[in-house]
Design a binder for this molecule. Sequence first.
Ligand code: QAP
Ligand code: CO
Length: 168
Amino acid sequence: MAILDILNYPDPRLHTVAKPVKEVDASLRRLIDDMAETMYAAPGIGLAATQVNHHIQLLIIDISETKDQLQVFINPRILEKDGEQVYEEGCLSVPGIYDSVTRAEKVVVEAMNEKGETFKLEAHGLLSVCIQHEMDHLLGKVFVEYLSPLKRTRIKNKMLKQQRNRPM
Ligand code: QAP
Ligand code: CO
Protein backbone atom coordinates (compact mmCIF):
# COMPACT_ATOMS: atom_id res chain seq x y z
CA MET A 1 0.00 0.00 0.00
CA ALA A 2 1.02 3.60 -0.43
CA ILE A 3 0.03 7.03 0.76
CA LEU A 4 -1.00 9.17 -2.19
CA ASP A 5 -0.61 12.92 -2.61
CA ILE A 6 -3.85 14.83 -2.06
CA LEU A 7 -4.58 17.78 -4.36
CA ASN A 8 -5.07 21.00 -2.42
CA TYR A 9 -7.66 23.65 -3.23
CA PRO A 10 -7.50 25.75 -5.44
CA ASP A 11 -5.70 23.22 -7.66
CA PRO A 12 -7.52 23.36 -11.03
CA ARG A 13 -7.35 19.55 -11.32
CA LEU A 14 -9.99 19.40 -8.54
CA HIS A 15 -12.45 20.70 -11.14
CA THR A 16 -12.00 17.72 -13.47
CA VAL A 17 -15.18 15.73 -14.16
CA ALA A 18 -14.57 12.02 -13.45
CA LYS A 19 -15.26 9.31 -16.05
CA PRO A 20 -17.13 6.08 -15.25
CA VAL A 21 -15.06 3.07 -14.18
CA LYS A 22 -15.09 0.46 -16.95
CA GLU A 23 -13.74 -2.55 -15.11
CA VAL A 24 -13.36 -3.44 -11.44
CA ASP A 25 -10.00 -5.17 -11.68
CA ALA A 26 -6.79 -5.63 -9.68
CA SER A 27 -5.41 -2.20 -10.58
CA LEU A 28 -8.61 -0.53 -9.39
CA ARG A 29 -8.50 -2.52 -6.13
CA ARG A 30 -4.91 -1.41 -5.66
CA LEU A 31 -6.01 2.24 -6.04
CA ILE A 32 -8.81 1.62 -3.52
CA ASP A 33 -6.27 0.18 -1.03
CA ASP A 34 -3.97 3.17 -1.51
CA MET A 35 -6.84 5.62 -1.15
CA ALA A 36 -7.96 3.86 2.06
CA GLU A 37 -4.45 4.08 3.50
CA THR A 38 -4.29 7.76 2.52
CA MET A 39 -7.69 8.53 4.08
CA TYR A 40 -6.96 6.68 7.34
CA ALA A 41 -3.53 8.32 7.66
CA ALA A 42 -4.92 11.85 7.22
CA PRO A 43 -7.22 11.05 9.11
CA GLY A 44 -10.42 11.56 7.15
CA ILE A 45 -13.87 10.02 6.76
CA GLY A 46 -14.18 10.30 2.98
CA LEU A 47 -11.99 10.56 -0.10
CA ALA A 48 -12.81 10.80 -3.81
CA ALA A 49 -10.44 9.56 -6.54
CA THR A 50 -10.42 13.14 -7.92
CA GLN A 51 -8.57 14.27 -4.77
CA VAL A 52 -5.68 11.92 -5.54
CA ASN A 53 -5.65 12.99 -9.21
CA HIS A 54 -7.45 9.92 -10.58
CA HIS A 55 -10.40 11.17 -12.60
CA ILE A 56 -12.67 8.14 -12.36
CA GLN A 57 -15.97 7.66 -10.53
CA LEU A 58 -14.67 6.13 -7.33
CA LEU A 59 -15.03 7.26 -3.72
CA ILE A 60 -14.47 5.72 -0.32
CA ILE A 61 -16.05 6.49 3.05
CA ASP A 62 -15.53 5.27 6.60
CA ILE A 63 -17.55 7.10 9.24
CA SER A 64 -17.12 4.36 11.89
CA GLU A 65 -15.46 5.11 15.24
CA THR A 66 -13.33 1.99 14.83
CA LYS A 67 -12.15 2.89 11.31
CA ASP A 68 -12.80 -0.62 10.06
CA GLN A 69 -16.02 -0.08 8.08
CA LEU A 70 -14.73 0.99 4.67
CA GLN A 71 -17.48 1.64 2.14
CA VAL A 72 -16.51 1.73 -1.54
CA PHE A 73 -18.68 3.42 -4.17
CA ILE A 74 -17.86 2.85 -7.85
CA ASN A 75 -19.93 4.68 -10.50
CA PRO A 76 -22.36 5.98 -7.84
CA ARG A 77 -25.75 7.37 -8.90
CA ILE A 78 -28.24 9.18 -6.70
CA LEU A 79 -31.71 7.69 -7.22
CA GLU A 80 -33.58 9.75 -4.62
CA LYS A 81 -32.98 12.80 -2.45
CA ASP A 82 -35.19 14.10 0.31
CA GLY A 83 -35.27 16.69 3.08
CA GLU A 84 -32.60 19.15 4.17
CA GLN A 85 -29.82 19.23 6.73
CA VAL A 86 -27.01 21.62 7.58
CA TYR A 87 -23.65 20.08 8.46
CA GLU A 88 -20.27 21.57 9.34
CA GLU A 89 -18.10 20.14 6.57
CA GLY A 90 -14.37 19.89 6.04
CA CYS A 91 -12.28 18.41 3.25
CA LEU A 92 -8.85 16.82 3.00
CA SER A 93 -8.24 19.06 -0.03
CA VAL A 94 -9.01 22.20 2.02
CA PRO A 95 -7.16 21.51 5.29
CA GLY A 96 -8.09 23.58 8.32
CA ILE A 97 -11.31 24.97 6.80
CA TYR A 98 -14.73 23.98 8.12
CA ASP A 99 -18.08 25.58 7.28
CA SER A 100 -21.80 24.85 7.15
CA VAL A 101 -23.32 23.45 3.99
CA THR A 102 -27.00 22.65 3.36
CA ARG A 103 -27.65 19.34 1.62
CA ALA A 104 -30.35 16.67 1.35
CA GLU A 105 -31.04 14.75 4.59
CA LYS A 106 -31.67 11.47 2.80
CA VAL A 107 -30.13 10.00 -0.34
CA VAL A 108 -30.68 6.66 -2.02
CA VAL A 109 -27.56 5.67 -3.95
CA GLU A 110 -26.79 2.87 -6.35
CA ALA A 111 -23.15 1.94 -6.90
CA MET A 112 -20.75 -0.97 -7.25
CA ASN A 113 -18.50 -2.21 -4.48
CA GLU A 114 -14.86 -3.33 -4.82
CA LYS A 115 -16.05 -6.76 -6.00
CA GLY A 116 -17.98 -5.20 -8.89
CA GLU A 117 -21.34 -6.03 -7.25
CA THR A 118 -24.14 -3.48 -7.55
CA PHE A 119 -25.77 -2.36 -4.31
CA LYS A 120 -28.39 0.16 -3.27
CA LEU A 121 -28.12 2.14 -0.04
CA GLU A 122 -30.39 4.57 1.78
CA ALA A 123 -28.29 7.03 3.79
CA HIS A 124 -29.19 9.69 6.36
CA GLY A 125 -27.26 12.15 8.51
CA LEU A 126 -23.46 12.14 8.28
CA LEU A 127 -23.27 9.26 5.79
CA SER A 128 -25.69 11.08 3.49
CA VAL A 129 -23.63 14.30 3.74
CA CYS A 130 -20.44 12.40 3.09
CA ILE A 131 -21.80 10.66 -0.02
CA GLN A 132 -23.03 13.99 -1.43
CA HIS A 133 -19.72 15.74 -0.61
CA GLU A 134 -17.62 13.00 -2.25
CA MET A 135 -19.93 12.72 -5.28
CA ASP A 136 -19.50 16.48 -5.77
CA HIS A 137 -15.72 15.87 -6.09
CA LEU A 138 -16.43 13.48 -8.98
CA LEU A 139 -18.27 16.36 -10.69
CA GLY A 140 -15.29 18.67 -10.08
CA LYS A 141 -16.98 20.50 -7.23
CA VAL A 142 -15.42 21.39 -3.85
CA PHE A 143 -17.61 22.23 -0.81
CA VAL A 144 -16.25 25.78 -0.57
CA GLU A 145 -18.15 26.51 -3.79
CA TYR A 146 -21.34 26.48 -1.68
CA LEU A 147 -19.98 29.33 0.47
CA SER A 148 -20.24 33.05 -0.31
CA PRO A 149 -17.83 34.50 -2.89
CA LEU A 150 -16.18 36.51 -0.08
CA LYS A 151 -15.53 33.42 2.05
CA ARG A 152 -14.28 31.50 -0.98
CA THR A 153 -11.80 34.24 -1.90
CA ARG A 154 -10.50 34.32 1.68
CA ILE A 155 -10.12 30.54 1.74
CA LYS A 156 -8.36 30.56 -1.64
CA ASN A 157 -5.87 33.19 -0.45
CA LYS A 158 -5.25 31.35 2.83
CA MET A 159 -4.60 28.09 0.97
CA LEU A 160 -2.24 29.73 -1.56
CA LYS A 161 -0.31 31.37 1.29
CA GLN A 162 0.00 28.01 3.10
CA GLN A 163 1.18 26.36 -0.11
CA ARG A 164 3.84 29.06 -0.58
CA ASN A 165 5.16 28.39 2.90
CA ARG A 166 5.03 24.61 2.45
CA PRO A 167 6.05 23.99 -1.16
CA MET A 168 5.50 20.63 -2.91
C1 QAP B 1 -15.93 15.00 3.85
O1 QAP B 1 -13.85 15.13 4.90
C2 QAP B 1 -16.89 15.38 4.94
O2 QAP B 1 -9.51 20.24 7.38
C3 QAP B 1 -14.74 14.21 4.34
O3 QAP B 1 -7.21 19.56 8.59
C4 QAP B 1 -16.49 16.14 6.03
O4 QAP B 1 -12.56 13.56 5.82
C5 QAP B 1 -18.19 15.01 4.86
C6 QAP B 1 -9.89 16.61 7.37
C7 QAP B 1 -17.39 16.50 7.01
C8 QAP B 1 -19.08 15.35 5.84
C9 QAP B 1 -18.69 16.08 6.93
C10 QAP B 1 -10.15 17.95 7.16
C11 QAP B 1 -8.72 16.26 7.99
C12 QAP B 1 -10.81 15.57 6.91
C13 QAP B 1 -9.25 18.92 7.58
C14 QAP B 1 -12.78 14.74 5.64
C15 QAP B 1 -8.06 18.56 8.21
C16 QAP B 1 -7.80 17.21 8.41
C17 QAP B 1 -11.90 15.81 6.15
CO1 CO C 1 -13.67 16.72 0.12
